[in-house]
Ligand binder design. Structure first.
Ligand code: GYE
Length: 369
């Protein structure tokens, strides 16, 4: 595809995402998440893969029209099969989102016979920077990074450029120049997740009441965007819902619990809690239980889709959950494989997320993680 050499992230029509998906389905046969895979549906867990209902699915109408190729990025083409891949995980693997994400990357590397080296920064950003530098010193030729923070990546980006190591970021964004600094970002539309959480809250409260927001950790685009989408939608569609409390629970269960304990002190009659991930929502339920509240006294809406949160919908404690699917292995390796072959990869690959509520929680529980 002809691109303007002055524009390293060459523009191409929307169909690029479709091309990427088509390549994934035909050439790469390996568990392309973007395919309608009837034949895989039954296979599912048996071969260690995800069922069709669990796998990530690309939202082809979303994402960027820009693409990145090895040529545009100034990186030599490579065969992913022979490459050593480094994976840097951001947060501790106590959150099922992180456990499932790491397992998905490891499983996919195993399926493809690709050598994988990994590190976990345990929510310490300085640690993550040195983790990724270590992965490169250990010979990683391609990187998959789940960034803790969105800013502050300059030392890693400079070294990756010097060593010609392509970077695929998953689940949070690295702020930088697409194609110059990283090949692609794969993740959800977080503003849309916030809007959908707001829709659930508005429905749960009949459009009226006082709501608290348990914010995610600061310093990343996920928290900012989940907050923005939620607030905008409430403002637009539910003028009688007031957001009266906002505090970070750091995306952890303990954080969600302790912030909710404070919330109950200052606002004992709170009507709703929007927790920006399931772990904080589960912590909120523990706090509410401790305060003698009953299921349904406070309407809770969360984001992620963990088994425990979906079970809490069945138990009546959580009203609804917007999914954020962490099974990035297939798409992340597809992206590196295509890039290595010299193909154009969209600089943003947006996945579509499901939603859980009382109507489907029981039936969908097996798809939760
Ligand atoms: O929702 C949360 C985790 O970045 C999308 O981070 C991810 C979020 C996820 O702590 O559970």
């Amino acid at each position: 595809m002809a691109t303007d050499p002055s524009d390293r992230a060459g523009r191409s029509p929307r169909r690029t995402a479709t091309v990427f998906a088509a390549v994934s389905c035909t050439a790469l046969t390996l568990l392309a998440a973007s395919c309608a895979r009837g034949e895989d549906e039954a296979a599912g867990e048996q071969d260690g893969g995800d069922t069709a209902a669990q796998a990530q699915v690309l939202d082809e109408a979303a994402g960027s029209d820009e693409t990145c190729s090895a040529e545009q990025a100034g990186i030599e083409e490579f065969d992913l099969k022979d490459a050593k891949v480094g994976f840097s995980q951001s947060e501790a693997e106590s959150n099922p989102f992180r456990i499932t994400e790491t397992a998905s990357i490891e499983k996919e590397a195993g399926k493809r016979g690709v050598e994988l080296i990994t590190a976990n920064a345990q929510s310490d950003f300085a640690q993550q920077i040195s983790d990724v530098q270590d992965l490169m010193s250990q010979g990683a030729e391609a990187l998959i990074i789940a960034p803790l923070n969105s800013d502050g990546w300059e030392p890693v980006l400079a070294e990756a450029e010097r060593k010609q190591v392509p970077i695929v970021t998953i689940d949070r964004q690295i702020n930088g120049d697409a194609c110059d600094d990283y090949v692609t970002f794969i993740g959800s539309d977080f503003v849309e997740q916030g809007r959908r959480a707001a829709d659930q809250m508005i429905e749960a409260l009949g459009g009226k009441g006082e709501v608290a927001v348990l914010l995610g950790a600061a310093g990343n685009n996920v928290t900012t965007e989940r907050t923005k989408g939620f607030k905008e939608r409430v403002e637009e569609n539910a003028p009688d819902i007031e957001i009266v409390f906002e505090q970070t629970g750091e995306f952890t269960r303990e954080g969600g619990q302790s912030v909710t304990e404070q919330l109950i002190q200052s606002n004992p009659d709170i009507d709703g809690i929007y927790a920006e991930n399931d772990e904080m929502g589960i912590g909120a339920v523990t706090a509410l239980r401790g305060a003698g509240k009953q299921p349904g006294d406070v309407e809770i809406v969360t984001v992620d889709g963990t088994e425990e949160a979906v079970q809490l919908i069945i138990d009546g404690w959580i009203h609804g959950v917007v999914e954020s699917n962490p099974r990035f292995g297939p798409l992340a390796f597809d992206a590196h494989e295509s890039f290595g072959k010299g193909e154009e990869v969209p600089v943003e690959l947006i996945i579509s997320d499901r939603e859980y509520d009382a109507d489907n929680a029981e039936e969908e529980l097996p798809n939760a993680y």
